[in-house]
Design a protein around this ligand. Structure first.
Ligand code: HEM
Length: 610
């Protein structure tokens, strides 16, 4: 047999919007930033076939086939769904499935080799490539399915483009089924669009799951000799880091310790909200609520992490804080260019330097606040005062170096802002459009919280509708619409397929949480489906907005607390109504799932609200 070889940010400017589909699925706050697709891989790949098509031709003829251009994306159905759990039956496939390794399936057995699935094992760098996370927006798709390969959709066809812009993998899931393969340039991934398959995959996770290699973020840390944080670190070092970070953050009972701090920030949000609405011509309209909520989320997470207020909710944001906010924006913008432009252009174009500089400002801001706090804490300790708070805990734990604290806090900060703010914006948007649901929520609130006080953390367990609203918001708008996993330690078996280690799996969460098999009328916002005794049971992996397992979101409890407290306070004080101009908003993926246009809402004061 011949051997085959071959190779949030919410307010991105309009010009970048056209690029943004390419970042689809990069996840929240760009945390799944791809490897430099346009550049040279730092490691030479061992005989990795560029694509099934190239490999076939090369295998068949012995003629070297040039790799496809890097910007080409395509998607393919895997031969026959052979996962009995998925379909309840084994589909027959007449195709010679060179691409799929036969494991148990009799019709596949013996027809290929392990290496012929995705090529020989590749180093993790390939796994980090954006292709699976990138849509087929400039590409073409071809089902591998049964029978000879055929081009299913031509370059520039309507479907991939529409899918890329609005489908978030939904369309591919409908066309290709629960599991499909896509390629982007030289890279290949396996997309998972079924909770049943997803469960099989994630239950095989080892001790140190890997999402992607975060090459771009790591490059900044390496260039500047800075430590990695929870997003960038891997293996045993990541595990050690997470063990420290999880404490005081991940358990609901520990997150509640920050309720007073969050309550204080929610109070400032209410002041800002009242101020903004009073300045509108109607006296009730707040334009671009996501922007206001962004400031709330940044203030909230900074207060928890630095134990310091940074003034995001002041009418005049302090210059130092504004510079920091601007650099987050700049970092994401320039990372897009750093990703798509070839490596050599870094020397002649300004984007790479700007990317590094903006990260430097983010780190410098964090470092200044941490250093300031340290001086304060030392004074407190000298005076025999007890210190508390997350930063104090990290510094006092003795398990992280000061450098590691700098690195971790910067990454926690970036993860904790547009995730919560966009989710809250979507929740308010839907409540404004369904006054019945809003009224139910308000009545629940009134029954639990007396009119003379604000809702607190202790009230949340008594408010199932409040929790259901957030769950449903995250189902309809999973802030991280696609996630990823690379299993670098071992081969992975799903149903009858065997995937060699280092395969990149793209987890199409949006597609799964919009699957009508699990969520009838998936496009409708129906929080009641999460209430006990209501709604149909759904698969536990069909909506997992905070991820899964030991690598799941470390900020989940904080995020929930922030969202529950802020939403409860807003609904206690106001009836939220849609923009009277009737602007319809849809979701687009710009690093995280955001609204395609500003969400403007009316806030009508409720009589007798505290
Ligand atoms: C609505 C709010 C949020 C959502 C939906 C969300 C979602 C996610 C998801 C899906 C992941 C990937 C998990 C996986 O791969 O299995 C993740 C990771 C992460 N999140 Fe969040 N997140 C939110 C808020 C926050 C907040 C407030 C923080 C900071 C306190 C935070 C910090 C992180 C960090 C550090 C990671 C990386 C963990 C690791 O790789 O070990 N997130 N988040």
């Amino acid at each position: 047999m011949p051997t085959c070889s071959g190779g949030a940010f919410p307010r991105l400017p309009a010009a970048l919007a056209s690029l943004s589909p390419a970042l689809r699925g990069l996840g929240h706050v760009g945390s799944w930033l791809p490897a430099d697709a346009g550049g040279q891989a730092s490691t030479r790949l061992p005989v990795a076939p560029r694509s099934v098509f190239a490999r076939r031709a090369a295998c068949g003829t012995g003629v070297a086939v040039p790799p496809p251009p890097p910007a080409t994306t395509r998607e393919e159905r895997l031969p026959a769904v052979t996962n009995p759990a998925e379909s309840g039956r084994r589909l027959r496939c007449s195709q010679s499935p060179r691409e799929i390794v036969p494991r148990a399936s009799p019709q596949l057995r013996g027809m290929g080799t392990r290496a012929s699935l995705l090529g020989p094992p590749q180093p993790p760098r390939v796994g980090s490539a954006p292709q699976g996370l990138w849509p087929a927006w400039v590409g073409w798709k071809a089902p591998l399915g049964c029978g000879p390969v055929q081009i299913h959709l031509q370059r520039g066809a309507q479907l991939p483009l529409r899918d890329a812009l609005g489908g978030h993998g939904l369309m591919s899931r409908r066309i290709y089924g629960p599991i499909w393969k896509s390629t982007f340039g030289h890279y290949e991934n396996i997309n998972i669009g079924s909770p049943v398959v997803l469960e099989q995959l994630l239950r095989q996770e080892g001790k140190y799951p890997m999402r992607s290699d975060m090459a771009l973020w790591k490059e900044h840390r390496d260039t500047r000799h800075l430590p990695y944080g929870p997003f960038t670190e891997e293996g045993e070092r990541w595990y050690r880091l997470r063990q420290v970070l999880n404490k005081r953050l991940l358990k609901p009972s520990e997150a509640v310790l920050y309720a007073d701090a969050i309550g204080e920030v929610v109070s400032d949000l209410m002041v800002r909200l009242r101020d903004e609405r009073s300045r509108s011509p109607s006296g009730v309209l707040v334009g671009d609520v996501a922007n206001l909520l962004y400031r709330f989320a940044l203030e909230g997470i900074s207060y928890i992490l630095f134990e310091t207020r940074i003034g995001c909710l002041k009418q005049q944001v302090p210059a130092e804080t504004q510079r920091f906010i601007d650099s987050i924006n700049l970092m994401f913008k320039n990372s897009i260019f750093a990703t798509v432009l070839p490596r050599w252009s870094r020397k002649v174009l300004p984007f790479w330097d700007r990317y590094l500089d903006s990260w430097d400002t983010i780190f410098a801001f964090g470092k200044t606040l941490i250093d300031r706090k340290m001086v304060e804490l030392e004074g407190q300790v000298e005076r025999g005062k007890e210190v508390s708070g997350y930063l104090s805990y990290l510094l006092a734990s003795g398990r992280l170096s000061l450098d590691e604290v700098y690195g971790s806090v910067a990454e926690l900060l970036l993860a904790g802002v547009d995730t919560t703010s966009n989710t809250l914006s979507w929740a308010l948007y839907h409540l404004s459009r369904d006054l019945g649901i809003q009224e139910t929520l308000y009545q629940e609130l009134k029954a639990v919280v007396p009119a003379n006080r604000f809702p607190g953390a202790e009230d949340i367990p008594k408010m199932p509708m409040l929790r259901a609203v957030i769950k449903e918001t995250l189902r309809v708008y999973p802030v991280v619409p696609t996630n990823a996993r690379v299993f670098y330690e071992k081969d992975i078996v799903i149903g009858d397929y065997l995937f060699p280690k280092n395969t990149l799996f793209v987890l199409a969460h949006y597609a799964m949480s919009h699957d009508e098999t699990y969520f009838p009328e998936p496009e409708r916002f129906l929080p009641q489906r999460w209430l006990r005794g209501h709604g149909s049971p759904h698969h536990p992996f069909s909506s997992i907005p905070f991820g899964y397992g030991v690598r799941a979101c470390v900020g989940r409890r904080i995020a929930e607390l922030e969202m529950h407290l802020a939403l409860a306070r807003i609904i206690q004080a106001f009836e939220v109504r849609p923009d009277p101009r009737g602007v319809e908003v849809t979701s687009v993926s710009r690093i995280v799932l955001v609204a395609d246009k500003p969400i403007n809402l009316e806030f009508i004061a409720r009589p007798g609200a505290p």
